[in-house]
Ligand binder design. Structure first.
Ligand SMILES: *Cc1c(COP(=O)(O)O)cnc(C)c1O
Length: 402
């Protein structure tokens, strides 16, 4: 008897997440390879002209062109959908391609969007700059205030868009509360879950309609490729997202999809260990700097909410220094082990100064409103021995006068 592949959803959906992360979606070719194959092909050939016509008519199963389907990308899509507990998922070339597609595929001129204030810089560019150019109005709110979502609803509100934990202030949004308000009002909730990943938080379990990812972060997890994904119902993915992405083409390459497939196999291990390491570093820094914002610390104002919807707090958090940009840059410059880098989700520890990097494109007013001050630093804690990280911080903090 042939061993099962990860293609039969009636079987794979009963697997536990650690099994799904390794085997979900796997489709073997006639060679029976154990690791997923990389299908680097842009097109597909047909046995006869009638087959080509039947595939284009949707009467025959099979691939037609890699902007539309690719076997390696489809394996990743099935794996992500399983991990998310979503009916379907589609991959995109980057996290921003995923966010743009998840939003624009369902919005038209005259629609209104409510979005969280603390967000990835480019997500704020979508809501603040791009959408208004096409006649889509947006209201930006403090996403932590659940009532503010209800108050911002207008008759033409189509979408709620937010991330939790949010970049870089670690604001937590009440998933159940906010997604419930959306559901009652017939509004689609779109959650950017890049910081937590399905290993730590599954927004659909709390009522989210659409979950979008930068798979560049924890899913690849080793700082190699850009990738993104959108998860939702079969109906949303097939009838709303696909017409948009198939024709606009933010397609993920098969090679990058393969790298993320390999990354997902160790996601659970990595994110749990990195969460533990981050907590150790955060507890240490709490003794040394004026303020640490880490949802896993009791000192975080939304600690209880965070831990009620996340299994662990993740590898990312922020600290505040009193000495402004000068002291923040001095600390970065003195680090010997931790890299100065604006990426996150890597197995290496990385640190950045959001006001002069990831959030530099926003006005000072928007930055300050979000809590991105000149003395703020964001940290991604990797898989190194935490003792080496503490020793590096100790010497760098002293060099920065702390
Ligand atoms: C990185 C990130 C994005 C953008 O993803 P890319 O893969 O860099 O395009 C979007 N949202 C959040 C929360 C992110 O951290």
């Amino acid at each position: 008897m042939k061993k099962k592949t990860g293609q039969d959803r009636s079987i794979t959906q009963n697997w536990r997440p650690a099994t799904q992360a390794i085997r979900g979606g796997t489709a073997r070719s006639e060679y029976g390879e154990t690791s997923e194959a990389i299908f680097l092909t842009s097109g597909y050939a047909y046995d006869c002209a009638g087959d080509a016509a039947a595939r284009f008519a949707g009467e025959q199963q099979g691939m037609t062109y890699s902007r539309l389907q690719n076997p390696t990308v489809e394996m990743l899509e099935q794996r992500i959908a399983l991990l998310e507990g979503a009916e379907a998922a589609r991959c995109q070339a980057s996290g921003m391609a995923a966010m743009t597609a998840a939003l624009l595929c369902q919005l038209s001129q005259g629609d209104h969007v409510v979005a969280g204030r603390a967000a990835f810089g480019s997500c704020r560019w979508l809501t603040d700059t791009l959408m208004p150019r096409f006649g889509i109005t947006t209201t930006i709110i403090d996403a932590r205030a659940t009532d503010a979502w209800k108050d911002a609803i207008r008759p033409n509100t189509k979408v709620f868009f937010f991330e939790t934990p949010a970049n870089p202030t670690m604001d937590i949004v009440d998933l159940k509360g906010v997604c419930g308000i959306a559901k009652d009002a017939g509004i689609t909730s779109v959650v950017d879950n890049a910081f937590a990943t399905p290993a730590l938080q599954r927004p659909m379990d709390f009522g989210a309609d659409v979950v979008a990812y930068s798979a560049t972060k924890m899913m690849d997890g080793q700082g190699r490729v850009l990738a993104g994904a959108v998860c939702g119902s079969e109906d949303f993915i097939n009838n709303t997202l696909l017409p948009f992405t198939r024709n606009t083409g933010p397609t993920l390459s098969a090679f990058n999809a393969w790298v993320v497939l390999k990354g997902l196999e160790t996601l659970d291990l990595r994110i749990r260990r990195q969460s533990e390491n981050a907590l150790k570093v955060a507890r240490y820094l709490e003794q040394r700097v004026p303020r640490v914002l880490h949802p896993g610390l009791e000192s975080h104002p939304q600690h209880n909410l965070a831990m009620s919807q996340m299994e662990a707090a993740g590898p990312i958090f922020s600290i505040y220094l009193d000495g402004g940009r000068k002291q923040a840059h001095a600390l970065l410059d003195a680090l010997e082990l931790v890299d100065i880098s604006n990426n996150i989700g890597d197995s290496r520890s990385l640190m950045t100064h959001p006001a002069s990097t990831t959030h530099a494109g926003l006005s000072e007013e928007v930055r300050l409103d979000m809590g991105v001050t000149e003395g703020m630093l964001r940290l991604n804690v990797g898989l190194e021995d935490p003792q080496d990280l503490l020793e590096d911080f100790d010497q760098a903090l002293r060099a920065a006068g702390l």
